[in-house]
Design a protein around this ligand. Structure first.
Ligand code: 13P
Ligand code: SF4
Length: 353
């Protein structure tokens, strides 16, 4: 490998003939194809490290295929809390690996590239949340799992897109709620629950916010028989419901779903065509779940550059070097654990469990 520091941390036991091909440049690890030889090496090294490999639905197809479990945020958090191996390799973005560490502090949690962040998690800082809390004493803080460990430490209960509605419904009706950071998910939850005393932070995911209502409307018109699977983080979630409300698209065609919910729906669909409004990595699992269905991205440029930093080279490097290890300050992890544990206790199993 081309970086100077890595050789010192590579022991003979974990050496790999593919390792020397890894190139670091442009903020990513590349140079290794996700082929069969690579997959066999990944499996061998993971066994040697006593590691379980988890992958989010937005990962590259090769990463999804080599993982022990593929799922949505909620399913992967639940699996991370239960795995019996001493190490978890989290192929996802940093907040996901941090959540696994909060739930399993005694385990070694590795992420193949710690630079894999999340624009949504970056849209609120702990100090901003503290100020917001001070303005609303007595409010319950509901944070989407796409937040940093510092923000989770100030949170009463976390949620993911698959259980956000149930989480909000679990809070007494007369209690004020601060919901953060995603404004589109917040709007969706407010619509479904009818909750009036819910304040919503104005954050967004740059990938989902970029999937707009005009594109969705044009595609819905061009594919009149297709179902619409829309992630609630999308800017077009509101447009999808508007289309349904205005009668332009029949109500039953529009499904607002988490990534795991999309897979559950795909397995049961009787449709020939489905339009998918979320990050494009999702198409891989959908096509495997329902090979007879034509799944089309509403926006085929909706790719999360952070998820795509988990390359075959990055995963190989991670298993050879035992890096990047994820650490969460013990007090902060203790403060956030209650909120994350409450999250994994709410909502039905699914999404990859
Ligand atoms: P899910 O919880 O639906 O897997 O979504 C995670 C995510 O990061 C969406 O951008
Ligand atoms: Fe974060 Fe958006 Fe990427 Fe999901 S798709 S990890 S919310 S930046």
């Amino acid at each position: 490998m081309t970086t100077a520091t890595s050789a010192a941390t590579t022991t003979t036991e974990f050496s790999s003939s593919l390792y020397d091909r890894i190139v670091e440049g442009g903020g990513m690890y590349t140079g290794v194809d996700g082929d069969r030889e690579w997959a066999a090496e990944v499996k061998r090294l993971a066994k040697l490290r006593d590691a379980t490999i988890l992958a989010h639905n937005y990962e590259l197809p090769a990463i999804q295929d080599v993982a022990d479990f593929v799922g949505d945020s909620l399913a992967l958090s639940r699996i991370a809390a239960d795995v019996t191996t001493s190490t978890i390799v989290f192929c996802g973005v940093h907040f996901m690996a941090e959540t696994a560490k909060i739930l399993s502090p005694e385990k070694t949690v590795l992420i193949p590239d710690q630079r894999a962040g999340c624009s949504l998690a970056d849209s609120i800082k702990a100090v901003e949340l503290q100020e917001w809390k001070d303005e609303h004493p007595g409010a319950v803080v509901v944070s989407y799992v796409n937040t940093t460990a510092e923000v989770k430490a100030l949170t009463d209960i976390c949620c993911t897109s698959s259980n956000a509605v149930e989480v909000v419904q679990s809070i007494p009706e007369d209690t004020e709620i601060l919901f953060l950071p995603d404004q589109f998910l917040g709007a969706h939850v407010k619509r479904v629950t009818g909750r009036q005393n819910m304040h919503i932070w104005a954050g967004e995911c740059h990938v989902h916010a970029g999937i707009n209502g005009d594109e969705l409307a044009a595609q819905a018109e061009a594919h009149p028989d297709a179902d619409l699977y829309v992630h609630p983080e999308c800017g077009c979630a509101t447009s999808a419901l508007y289309l349904a409300g205005a009668g332009a698209v029949p109500d039953e065609r529009v499904k607002i779903l988490s990534t795991g919910g999309m897979l559950d729906a795909a397995r049961e669909t009787g449709k020939k065509e489905v339009l998918v409004a979320t990050e494009v990595g999702m198409l891989h699992q959908l096509r495997m779940a329902a090979p007879g269905v034509d799944f089309r991205a509403v926006n085929d440029r909706a790719s999360c550059k952070y998820m795509k930093m988990i390359t075959p080279a990055a995963l190989l490097r991670c298993l050879v070097e035992g890096k990047d290890e994820v650490f969460v300050d013990a007090d902060m992890a203790d403060a956030g654990r209650k909120a994350v544990t409450r999250m994994i206790g709410i909502g039905q199993p699914g999404g990859g469990e």
